[in-house]
Write a protein that binds this ligand. Structure first.
Ligand code: CMC
Length: 425
């Protein structure tokens, strides 16, 4: 591999250093280009721009590979529990038994939210979207747990992981008008969340291990995905040295959009709409292909995966198994399978490498678990927390870390004189 690339501009040649990653990914370092030539690079949507080097997650979109800290997602989904994957992403290595026990205990011990914070929930409208509640509550945690010195970092990380699931469950309870259920120290991370979501004081509730396992897999599959929109947002906000809670809250807001984490809610709404409309799948495939129609097939396509999304492959199988084990017969699963089959053979989708993504099947599983549609993106956020935290921490520890500040090519009006109000047309 050459150690420099050459760029020729206005008759001048520039030498640009080449950076090679541990999986032989190649990047051309243009950071000095503007200083030397006055030119910047332009890449709308950052489709071909590396914003950082990172040792957390590796994706090969052509081969459908996803690895956290080197471990294949398939192995983690099959063999690991969410807290150990969180530890891996945040601290770089799988925990040993003592480390895992300490981490689990900390996650359990810090699950309750400050009693005063419960009052915040009263201020939200009864039908507020739980993502609005989640992002606001996560930011407000910085008022309870300010970063006073560096030693607070690990404690704040644990607080964030532990309390966000409590906040998420409370957001749901608030929406349905039920009393909040406190976390229980005897339960695992996933079981605790399910208990806070579904138990009511009036009757005993036991967490179904099928639900606990399904949630565990879902959270692991969502735990990191390198420089996606929300993670880049966390890094962007964190680069100004904003605190952990503020940075993660920004990531939650970025995730909310339907092109990103909000797609899981949109997928179920779309599948239900197709079903209610008589199950005419061809009609919706044609709508998605029609450039004059804004309709898109939610749960299809990915900026990085151009062959298959390995998370979708796992979830496709998991959806069938979870629904079977729970004895749920959901016609949207049939619609989803038919839609996938038709779209995968269609020239439009084949030509553009559009395949089902992680959000295509996750909603079907969440629905079978009894999780309401508007909570789907909250579930994605819970899963993504360790990745966001890992990236925020990596950024903080980078000795060469700088504030993120892209450039632009200005296309507006050139200089002109101010026109007083009475002289404007
Ligand atoms: N349905 C129909 N056409 C599509 C779709 C779709 N779901 N996705 C992309 N296309 C077309 C798009 O119109 C364009 O066609 P053309 O080249 O003729 O103009 C081409 O495929 C390339 O699409 P793009 O929008 O330029 O691709 P992108 O990399 O900018 O966007 C995406 C990626 C995921 C935002 C997009 O595929 C999409 O909107 N998908 C639906 C939303 C979705 O499922 N999002 C969840 C992503 S996975 C979870 C996560 O990590 O966020």
């Amino acid at each position: 591999m050459d150690d420099a690339a050459k760029l020729s501009l206005n008759g001048q040649e520039y030498s640009l250093p080449v950076v090679v990653g541990s999986e032989n990914e190649v990047g051309v370092d243009i950071s000095r280009l503007r200083g030397e030539s006055g030119a910047i690079t332009l890449d709308s949507g950052y489709a071909n721009t590396g914003s950082c080097t990172s040792s957390i997650t590796f994706i090969d979109g052509e081969k459908g590979i996803l690895r956290y800290r080197g471990y294949p997602i398939e192995q983690l989904a099959e063999k690991a529990r969410f807290p150990e994957v969180a530890y891996l992403l945040i601290y770089g290595e799988l925990p040993n038994a003592a480390q895992l026990e300490g981490f689990r205990q900390a996650l359990t011990y810090h699950s309750m939210i400050h009693e005063d914070m419960k009052k915040f929930f009263e201020g939200f409208r009864h039908n507020a979207h739980p993502m609005a509640i989640l992002s606001a509550m996560v930011t407000s945690m910085s008022s309870y747990y300010p970063e006073t010195d560096e030693d607070d970092e690990d404690l704040n990380i644990v607080r964030l992981l532990a309390k966000t699931k409590t906040i998420a469950a409370y957001a749901y309870k608030k929406a349905i008008g039920q009393p909040f259920v406190y976390p229980q120290n005897s339960l695992s991370y996933c079981a605790n969340f399910l208990n806070m979501m579904f138990s009511v004081p009036a009757e005993p509730y036991e967490v179904d291990p099928i639900l606990e396992d399904a949630l565990n897999v879902l959270l692991i599959l969502h735990a990191d995905h390198e420089q996606n929109c929300s993670t880049s947002t966390v890094r962007m906000v964190g680069s100004s040295q904003a605190n952990l809670y503020a940075s993660i809250s920004a990531g939650i807001c970025a995730l909310w959009g339907p092109l990103h984490g909000g797609a899981n809610q949109k997928v179920i709404e779309m599948l239900s709409m197709i079903q209610a409309d008589g199950g005419d799948i061809d009609k919706y495939v044609n709508k998605a292909k029609d450039k004059d129609d804004p309709f898109r097939l939610f749960g299809f396509g990915h900026r990085v995966y151009k062959n298959f999304d390995p998370r979708a492959t796992i979830l496709r199988k998991a959806a069938t198994s979870v629904l079977d084990r729970l004895g749920v017969d959901d016609p949207t699963l049939d619609i989803a399978r038919q839609l996938e089959e038709i779209a995968l053979k269609d020239e439009y989708f084949v030509e553009r490498n559009l395949y089902p993504n992680v959000d295509f099947y996750s909603g079907i599983i969440y629905r079978a678990m009894g999780i309401p549609t508007d909570m789907f993106t909250v579930m994605f956020a819970l899963g993504r927390l360790p990745g966001w935290i890992g990236h925020w921490k990596e950024l903080r520890q980078d000795p060469k870390g700088r504030i993120n500040r892209p450039r632009q090519i200005y296309t507006g009006a050139v200089e002109r004189d101010f026109v007083p109000l009475d002289q404007r047309g």
